[in-house]
Design a protein around this ligand. Structure first.
Ligand code: ATP
Ligand code: MG
Length: 585
């Protein structure tokens, strides 16, 4: 079929939308691919929908290729299954909850582990049925706190989610690896630049998990990469290598010093250097010699709260995302005045490990606080600090926590280089869930020996609508969108750049031949000026643009390659062959 721009439901805009910050958002709106309906809620117009469908098809082909079977579950779901796994509550504000006319609770599905587990339980009952992988390409709903960047982070968006069910751990590993490879094929076909990083599993529960992050300066995910070894991890998942323990024998006693007006790390370090501590250490005191104790309040899904002490070297800040990931599903809150009142041993600016431990406050430390390490830290009295408080001798923390920021130059956990921070957009996520969901619903089949076997589960997501924005983000240039062949709305954009009837007829004929050869053709048959048409062609971003204009009379057309940025004059009689060569080559 030839699609004519004179009929296409499309208006391009000259100006960027006022609410758009990132290039993909600006361009997809200006080029008439999507339109905003509400924050994080978008309509797909014809060109956008064509790209979306093509992304879907790439994903579908690769899922089918690993033997996954497509089904479709509703987005409108009853509360009960999510109650059974506690996610009705744990999902927090991100869950769209609603009531029907009878007052029954429903939700709009943010992800479907519960329903897939129940679906398999409903149909299968023998080990002979397994393994099975099911998937859907379906609309998801999440009431994101900061819907931004257009379709990059929507509140309604399209995800491919698949779920594997296996009899044992080895089976789960196979299903996981099959997905990992399928995802690599999907993202390679889409031409996206990405890394695979170790991840935490977050609200999903379960163990092993990796994220696929597309390279992008506008990405919201910070990850670290070690160029020497190739290790890459989401910042939340970085495991701090602990330095070796230090012998305790022979270390000086801990001494309490008067340190007036030293409520901050900087003032404390200045005091220590002026007070002769540096001489004792044989080097200047730095913030890394101090142990900072940060108090947070954890709120658990059942509403209970706990005050937690987090001890980290004073040269580092707490990274909120790492802390949140470390304490999930609890949420992190600040202590309020009432908390300090009811815990008078918490002396702001001078909090130390001793008072926390003595008063039954759980105290977790950074992995660098190894046994035998000596610290300058609060002595739990205003204007007083300990010098030489030794971990494992003077205080024994309740455990370690990954809450301190990760910095460029930190050693890689694999010991083979240093870490460097980079930004990316999450395009896919694969989890080995294990039995969290099959336990919740008793998803068993009869095993070979006649005994029930609890199934083990994996879950795997690709952001299908997000991919459209990610490709736009990575591939656009200053003139507009640029689509790779695999997902371009049309293979070729034929521009009639002359009013002359001969050129028009010629363009119609070339378009018909391209169409007959199996290409999808967009024909700009409008009466607009050539300048307007060229600008639109650049903005819309088909990979090939064939210009039929003034040269037609002399038997010449121009073939533009949107990616190479080239425009070659070629004989008109070669046009079809040249386009086919590039479109398929
Ligand atoms: P993010 O960290 O970006 O919020 P997530 O970890 O919550 O994502 P998953 O639950 O792993 O996302 O969902 C699987 C995939 O769905 C993600 O890898 C991402 O590509 C896509 N996705 C998640 N949230 C959104 C959203 N709000 N808009 C568009 N796509 C999304
Ligand atoms: Mg994720």
């Amino acid at each position: 079929m030839i699609t004519r721009l004179s009929h296409l439901f499309l208006r391009t805009l000259r100006d960027d939308p006022a609410d758009a910050e990132v290039p993909s958002h600006k361009l997809l709106v200006r080029a008439g691919y999507v339109r905003r309906i509400a924050p994080g809620v978008y309509s797909w117009l014809p060109l956008g929908l064509r790209v979306l469908r093509k992304v879907e098809n790439v994903v579908r082909e690769e899922m089918d290729a690993i033997g996954a079977q497509e089904i479709s579950l509703p987005a409108l779901l009853p509360r009960e299954p999510y109650e059974a796994t506690n996610r009705w509550t744990e999902y927090g504000d991100a869950l769209f909850r609603l009531k029907d006319r009878k007052g029954q609770d429903y939700l709009l599905g943010p992800t479907h582990e519960e329903l897939f587990a129940l679906t398999v339980k409903g149909e299968y009952n023998s080990y002979k049925d397994l393994p099975v992988t099911l998937y859907q390409i379906q609309t998801k709903y999440r009431d994101e706190g900061r819907p931004r960047a257009g379709i990059l982070r929507g509140r309604e968006f399209i995800m491919k989610d698949s779920y594997s069910f296996d009899l044992d751990e080895d089976g789960l590993k196979n299903s996981y690896n099959a997905h990992r490879e399928a995802y690599q094929r999907i993202f390679d076909r889409l031409g996206v630049k990405y890394v695979i990083v170790a991840a935490t599993s977050g609200a999903m529960g379960g163990s092993a998990s990796e994220e696929f992050l597309a390279d992008s300066p506008v990405g919201e995910d910070t990850y670290v990469i070690c160029r020497a070894s190739g290790y890459a991890a989401n910042v939340e998942a970085v495991v701090t290598p602990a330095p070796p323990e230090i012998p305790i024998e022979g270390q000086a006693e801990a001494v309490v010093h008067d340190t007036p007006d030293t409520p901050t790390i900087a003032t404390l370090v200045d005091w220590a250097n002026a007070a002769g501590i540096a001489e004792r250490l044989g080097r200047p005191v730095t913030a890394a010699d101090t142990l900072k104790n940060v108090m947070v309040k954890l709120r658990y899904p059942d509403g209970k709260t706990e005050i937690l002490g987090v001890g980290i070297p004073g040269d580092r800040e707490v990274d909120d995302k790492r802390l949140e990931a470390a304490v999930e599903p609890a949420e992190v809150e600040m202590l309020d005045d009432a908390d300090f009142k009811s815990n008078p041993f918490l002396v702001k600016g001078y909090i130390g490990p001793k008072a926390l431990l003595a008063n039954g406050i759980r105290y977790l430390v950074d992995p660098r606080v190894v046994s035998g390490s000596a610290w300058i830290t609060g002595a739990d009295e205003s204007g007083k600090h300990y010098v030489g408080l030794v971990a494992g001798r003077d205080f024994t923390p309740d455990g370690t926590i990954e809450a301190a920021e990760v910095r460029d130059g930190d050693p890689s956990p694999d010991g083979r280089g240093v870490l460097e921070a980079a930004r990316g957009i999450e395009i896919g996520h694969i989890f080995q869930l294990g039995q969290k969901y099959t336990d919740a619903f008793d998803v068993d089949v009869l095993g070979e020996n006649g005994k029930p076997v609890r199934l083990t589960m994996g879950s795997y997501g690709v952001g299908v609508s997000r991919m459209v924005a990610v490709v736009a983000e990575q591939m656009h240039d200053d003139k507009g969108l640029r689509w790779p062949r695999e997902i371009a709305p049309f293979d070729v954009h034929v521009v009639i750049a002359n009013k002359d009837a001969g050129a028009r007829a010629g363009a119609e004929q070339v378009a018909a031949e391209l169409n007959a050869a199996g290409l999808e053709v967009l024909l700009d048959d409008r009466t607009a000026s050539p300048g307007v048409k060229f600008k639109d062609a650049e903005l819309l971003g088909m990979p090939l643009v064939l210009v039929v204009g003034r040269g037609w009379a002399d038997g010449k057309v121009e073939l533009r390659d949107r990616f190479a940025g080239t425009g070659d004059e070629i004989p008109a009689e070669d046009a079809v062959r040249a386009v086919l060569g590039k479109a398929r080559g």
